[in-house]
Design a protein around this ligand. Sequence first.
Ligand code: UTP
Length: 231
Amino acid sequence: MRAVLKIGGSLLYDDDGQVRIDRLREYANSIKSLVNDGNLLVVVVGGGRPARVYISAARTLGADEAQCDWLGIKAARNNAELLGAALGDFAYPKVVDDYDELEVAVNLGKVVLLGGMVPGQSTNAVAAASAELIHADMLFNATNVDGVYDKNPEKPDAKKLESVTIFQLREILSDEGIKAGQYNLFDPVAIRIVERSQIPTVIFNGNNPENLKKVFNKEKIGTRITHGTKK
Ligand code: UTP
């Protein structure tokens, strides 16, 4: 399978802000075994805690949104580099920072790693654009919740959805922030790309690295985004 895997940056840091070294190793091992099974993988890594720390400091110092975004972009690239270190020879040797290079790199048989790309979006948009560009069969989005909920998951009556249409998803996420460091599950650019190319997408909990294999094996975890007609 040709697939894009997005790993939320929040999965890579513990509550004290330390890098979860063991988890990075576990992700790398799962990715290596997926490659050995014949899968072609592009992995996009999010900015996580370092992105938030830099963005909030820069904002306090008077930075504009674009400057804040660049700090998030670079933090995400650094996180991708960490995963690259754990992947060793399995990874294309540098974090890809433009889509032309992605098109070339993806055909070299290595895992291609990306972080952020351009201001005004999150790494979910990078993952969606990459999936579109490489004609991925699937886009897998590992995050720190079990999937998409019908309302704010902190509300006691919130229900996790097994599947959601792209139209419902847009509705559910309509209150999300659009400023640097404030995107949550999906940003508007990611939604538009997934919608226009009808990219089969699953959002799942990446806190358990075992879930990576499960989702590739088509086990029913997380929430699947479907592309039905608008109601
Ligand atoms: P993300 O919000 O994508 O990080 O990027 P993340 O780790 O996936 O988020 P969580 O922690 O899992 O929820 C961090 C910030 O970097 C900027 C945005 O400001 C974004 O909020 N960014 C990222 C861009 O401006 N452009 C990009 O292409 C990617």
